[in-house]
Design a protein around this ligand. Structure first.
Ligand SMILES: [Zn+2]
Length: 400
């Protein structure tokens, strides 16, 4: 019943309908919604694992491995581990679900060794404790849209000095006497689902423009690929260049938008990012407002024809925009509105709400439902209608 459990984790609440193929369950479709159009047969024997799903409306279908990757954001290996699948031709399955862009060969993602993860866990914990002793760093992060609460949420850290470590202690092979370098700066860990650190980046404190190592250092042995943040089910994806900008976006609108940090302007997406970028309803490229940023936009548009330019309206990037007063949440939510009449109406309603004692909960719910429209998984549950009724009421109150 692994697929049944996975479906529950994805929030689908499958209902038993028949004993066909060892049990059949129906639920809303994680892609196109509805009430019971999505069917799962958790005990059906598939080529690589137990469990099949399909949607009678949008015709997506696959096995438990594919479900875990597509709707729970697991890596291929995580999905295989979870489903207990025995896979010997993994490459074939992989290709069938992730390659859609002909011009792009996504980066393969492989987790670092357990030893590396243990070392990285300890380092990240130590660095996280350090950052609370560094008011300057905390203050700087706050001006970039990452207040103390966000620093805690993302376990950001501070490395007070350049550190050189033995590579072998981190399970890394070394052909020369080079050490593992962790520079002084803000430490940005990436965690897997189990909470282990699989990637460490440092935003260098002593970076001088144009120096050979760059502003961000990826600690040797880290998992390759881009930093995907947030809920895999969100249909709006926003790509930034800088790591911390993606966190600032997630902190502001993580309930609606999924952020990804490309790391620089020329990085190719990895397999997971590629999958989600292909399937994103809106793919917003928040490139830097400079020449390098233009290159980033061009590259992403060559891979994904639906990629739209979405640079920060002020400043070089989102971080600078926030520092000069940009309200990230409002800016991004407004972009969900393609029709400009709707856009101005919502803007007006949000302005109106801000002057009234509306609870934070109802405000967030309202925004979410409106931003997602009929794509909302709750479109048929009445929440969306409630949101619109609220809007009608507000309009009426004002005009009558
Ligand atoms: Zn569907």
């Amino acid at each position: 019943m692994v697929l049944y459990e996975l479906a529950c984790e994805a929030g689908l609440q499958p209902k038993w309908v028949a004993s066909t193929e060892g049990g059949e369950f129906h639920s809303p479709c994680p892609k196109c919604g509805g009430i019971d159009r999505f069917s799962i047969q958790p005990n059906k024997q598939m080529k690589n694992c137990l469990g099949r799903y399909y949607c009678r409306q949008c015709h997506i279908n696959g096995d438990a491995i594919q479900f875990a990757r597509e709707f729970l954001g697991m890596s291929f290996q995580e999905a295989v581990d979870r489903t207990g699948a025995l896979v010997d031709n993994s490459k074939n399955i992989f290709r069938s679900i992730s390659y859609q862009s002909r011009s792009l060969r996504p980066i393969s993602i492989v987790k670092p060794s357990e030893l590396w993860q243990n070392q990285a866990n300890n380092f990240a914990k130590w660095a996280h404790n350090n950052i609370f002793k560094n008011d300057e760093a905390l203050q700087w992060l706050c001006t970039r849209g990452l207040p103390k609460k966000a620093v805690q949420q993302y376990q950001l850290g501070w490395c007070p000095n350049d550190i050189w470590l033995e590579k072998s202690a981190w399970g890394l092979k070394s052909n020369d006497s080079k050490k593992l370098w962790i520079p002084r700066g803000i430490v940005i860990p990436t965690f897997d689902k189990k909470g282990n650190v699989i990637r460490l980046k440092v935003r260098r404190d002593k970076y001088k423009k144009g120096d050979e190592f760059g502003k961000y250092i990826i600690v040797s042995g880290s998992m390759k690929g881009l930093n995907l943040i947030g809920d895999t089910r969100h249909k709006i994806m926003l790509a930034t260049e800088a790591e911390l900008d993606a966190y600032a976006v997630d902190y502001a609108v993580g309930d609606i938008v999924r952020a990804v940090a490309a790391g620089n302007n020329i990085n190719r997406p990895d397999e997971a990012t590629n999958y989600h970028a292909v399937n994103a309803k809106q793919l917003l490229i928040s490139h830097d407002n400079d020449e390098a940023g233009a290159t980033m936009l061009k590259r992403w548009q060559s891979w994904y024809p639906h990629a739209e330019p979405f640079p920060a309206p002020s400043g070089k990037d989102i971080g600078e925009g926030i520092a000069s007063g940009l309200d990230v949440r409002r800016w991004i939510l407004m972009s969900g509105w393609i029709d400009s009449a709707d856009k101005s109406l919502i803007e007006w309603v949000l302005n109106y709400i801000n002057e009234r004692p509306v609870t934070r909960e109802s405000y967030v719910c309202f925004e979410q439902e409106i931003a997602l429209g009929s794509n909302s998984p709750r479109a048929l549950t009445g929440d969306l209608q409630k949101g619109f009724r609220m809007m009608q009421k507000l309009t009426k109150d004002t005009y009558s």
